[in-house]
Design a protein around this ligand. Structure first.
Ligand code: ADP
Ligand code: ZN
Ligand code: ZN
Length: 751
């Protein structure tokens, strides 16, 4: 019998070893080593024992068999990779640029085997009637934490509630749970199965009659599915228009046909309420993945998926890699969220990977995207017929849309109001304080560096080449973070001649201070990167606000996502300009999304809501279209700007990110890389830079970036391949330890 060989990717992430190495499969391991196996092998001159993944099994040694070493053993501690995940990793390596091992590790989450562990649940010990009485008692006494847990127990009477969901999503402390258990109100139980963060068996309580629009979506997608014509669909529907219900009913159909479903939800919106709706419908056939799960819990969810014990997984971007046997549908809710793009190598986008997974599956899969403010990218594809577009235009949840108004900060200046708050916002804050209603004051911190503008006319200094806002740098300079263009800061406005030209530096702390000064009686909570550093602080602030322990929540964009506060009747967006001038071509898109989301926070309860948007550029189309909630008008304006400037989605863009220990060396290398790219560029390729990154130095490492634009994604891949090869060659002859290069295609995160 002829010998068998395995091509193996070594578990070292370095360009030099980023290729398959050939090993012999010894007789003892024959039939045991399969494609995807994790094995131990001797590597290098010293025969150090390393791990690796088998990506191919062949009878062809490929070269001198006397030099081929044997595989030592199979690593039982790791799950084998499937053929599908190996293909997916290879595609990711090619499409986004990374080593194969890094790509493999991305698609093999939680493959390290874990012991089974216990899982805790909470269940009531009182009769329904007693529990109900106690609930009203706690409600009257304003014991909000107890009230929340009792409500949950009542709503699910007869079922156990996962302990972690109570502590995390209901934000009830374990001390409260313990004290309730000590009083005999509830009981805490543990189980010893596969860790299952979910246990609700009461199915079907969400059974509403579908609206005609909802029904149309479900009929179309399932008909396409049954015809073997699985597509990508985009559902554009405002919050409360019934998207989640559509997802649930669609999944029901697909699961009925013997397939599984992957549902992506941004981590921050993985709220208890949303999860509960899925659990109520699908019971323990659904599971959840998120960053609060332990490695053991994560591993077990993957095991349950492998073994067919669940049909549905809900989670953030990494849930894409759940090892289901036959995924039939991938749903991406809030598809415009930047969290769907990975910030580490390979810098993949969940949307693109979902479509690639669908392509790799023998039966294909439907991909359903949903958003109230679709990404330009997806809407563009829908308009061009690549995606099928559905619109859900009416609100099924009831509740009125808030009244939105603009406060023109230029007029405030002219009338002598130097405060952060416009007069109309001040009036409304006072009014809410008098009526004991809650409010949120929100300042966007999107921009990595400060921009300069005129307070008198709203003029913003922009790059003449890239049409993005310039950022203030040391030495009185304004710099473009795309192309490196520089100019001296001017103190006179070129448009109106006023001298009120300055940087915009308001932050959350300053707002909190100002609130204390103007409204000493107000109780204020602040939520930003500083106040949420410690574990659980995020949930603590939110639950304190939900418990009405404060009148005003001041914060960054983290307060506008996900959570619903029925008590909030006023939302103030203090400076829409902060996101409009983020020095980035997507700034108008982000602003539109943020304003829409922020507005959606007001008036969730019965009282109608007000939204005040403060800005120096009230006529900007992002603000005007957000005011009217007119997505299509926004899209038309924005796509023509992208068209003129050649920005995605009209063209593709690759950021070549460069880190260098030495600034001068970095500049020299960056210029060399640019020269290499020049040789390969096509007729329509545009190369911009090198320029300093928006954050030009972190921990004494200098950061530079070169942007490459082309309509054809493949041209960018070619250029990336050339650069990778050039860097690998360079590593052979020069010391490149001080240099690091990464690729980011169609970047959505700042650099
Ligand atoms: P979205 O995900 O777009 O925010 P949801 O699916 O959460 O919308 O629906 C919003 C509200 O409307 C929910 O309370 C839901 O129960 C209700 N709803 C959804 N579909 C229907 C329907 N067909 N009939 C009645 N109510 C519905
Ligand atoms: Zn001016
Ligand atoms: Zn520029």
């Amino acid at each position: 019998m002829s010998e068998k060989y395995a091509r193996i990717i070594i578990d070292i992430s370095h360009e030099k070893v980023d290729r398959p190495f050939t090993y012999r499969i010894p007789e003892s391991l024959e039939n045991k080593v399969i494609m995807g196996s994790c094995v131990s092998i001797p590597f290098g001159n010293g025969n150090t024992v390393r791990k690796g993944y088998v990506i191919e099994i062949t009878k062809e040694p490929g070269f001198d068999t006397s030099k081929i070493k044997d595989i030592i053993s199979i690593d039982e501690g790791n799950e084998a990779a499937t053929e599908r995940s190996i293909k997916l990793a290879a595609w990711m390596k090619k499409t986004y640029g990374s080593t194969m091992i890094t790509a493999l590790k991305t698609v093999l989450p939680a493959s390290k085997k874990q012991k089974m562990l216990e899982h805790k649940y909470v269940l009531p010990r009182l009769e329904l009637r007693e529990l109900t009485e106690l609930y009203y008692e706690c409600k009257n006494k304003k014991q909000y934490a107890r009230e929340r847990i009792l409500k949950e127990l009542l709503d699910n009477y007869g079922n156990r509630i996962p302990y972690e969901l109570i502590t995390k999503k209901l934000a009830v402390s374990s001390a409260t749970i313990k004290s309730m258990a000590d009083k005999g109100i509830i009981k805490v139980e543990s189980d010893n199965y596969y860790r299952n963060p979910v246990s609700i068996k009461d199915a079907g309580s969400d059974d509403l009659e579908l609206s005609p629009d909802q029904k149309n979506i479900i009929d179309t997608v399932t008909t396409d599915f049954d015809n073997g014509d699985k597509k990508t669909y985009l559902i554009h529907g405002i919050t409360g228009s019934g998207k989640t219900f559509v997802y649930i009913k669609l999944i029901e159909q697909i699961v009925k046909r013997g397939y599984q479903a992957i549902v992506l939800i941004p981590e921050i919106s993985l709220t208890y309420q949303t999860l509960m709706r899925f659990y109520r419908h699908f019971g323990d056939r659904v599971s959840v993945m998120n960053s609060t799960l332990s490695p053991g819990e994560k591993y077990d969810q993957m095991q349950r998926a492998r073994k067919g014990e669940i049909d549905i997984i809900i989670g953030p971007r990494s849930a894409l890699f759940t090892p289901f046997e036959r995924p039939g549908i991938i749903i991406i809710d809030e598809e415009h969220e930047t969290a769907y793009k990975s910030e580490s190598m390979p810098k993949y986008h969940a949307r693109e990977v979902a479509e690639q997974i669908a392509k790799l599956l023998p039966d294909g899969a439907s991909v359903v995207l949903g958003s109230a403010t679709p990404s330009l990218n997806s809407y563009y594809k829908a308009v061009n017929g690549e995606y099928k577009l559905f619109e859900l235009n009416s609100r099924l949840s009831g509740g009125e849309l808030p009244e939105v108004e603009i406060a023109d900060l230029r007029l405030e200046l002219r009338s002598g109001n130097r405060s952060i708050f416009s007069r109309t916002l001040q009036e409304k804050i006072e009014d809410r304080l008098n009526r004991h209603e809650q409010m949120m004051l929100f300042i966007n911190r999107r921009g990595l560096a400060g921009f300069i503008s005129c307070r008198s006319c709203g003029h913003v200094f922009k790059c003449p080449h890239c049409d993005v806002s310039l950022s203030e740098h040391r030495g009185g300079k304004l710099v473009c973070h795309y192309c490196g263009y520089e100019e001296k800061i001017s103190h006179i406005c070129p448009k109106c001649g006023s001298k009120y030209v300055s940087a915009f530096r308001a932050g959350t702390q300053q707002i909190e201070k100002e609130v204390h000064k103007l409204y000493p009686q107000a109780r204020v909570l602040r939520m930003d990167a500083d106040t949420t550093k410690s574990k659980d602080s995020y949930e603590k602030i939110l639950s304190a606000f939900a418990n009405r322990e404060a009148d005003i929540l001041v914060g960054t964009q983290m307060i506008v996502k996900g959570h619903d506060f029925p008590g909030v009747t006023l939302v103030g967006i203090l400076a829409a300009d902060m996101s409009l001038n983020a020095g980035d071509y997507r700034a108008p898109e982000r602003t539109f999304q943020l304003l829409t989301q922020a507005a959606g926070r007001a008036g969730r309860g019965t009282a109608p809501g007000n939204v005040v948007i403060q800005t120096y550029q009230p006529e900007h189309y992002s603000i005007q279209t957000a005011l009217r909630q007119d997505y299509k008008a926004f899209y038309e304006e924005e796509i023509s700007y992208r068209n003129i400037m050649g920005y995605p989605p009209v063209a593709h863009m690759m950021a070549v990110q460069i880190w260098a220990k030495d600034e001068q060396d970095g500049v020299r290398q960056a210029n060399r890389l640019r020269a290499v790219m020049e040789q390969r560029k096509g007729n329509s390729t545009v190369i911009i830079g090198p320029a300093s990154a928006a954050i030009s130095r972190i921990k004494d490492i200098y950061r530079m970036v070169i942007y490459v634009k082309d309509k054809d994604y493949d041209v960018l891949i070619d250029i990336k391949d050339i650069l990778e090869e050039y860097l690998a060659q360079m590593a052979k002859t020069e010391d490149v330890s001080g240099l690091q290069v990464q690729f980011d295609f169609d970047p959505v995160n700042g650099f």
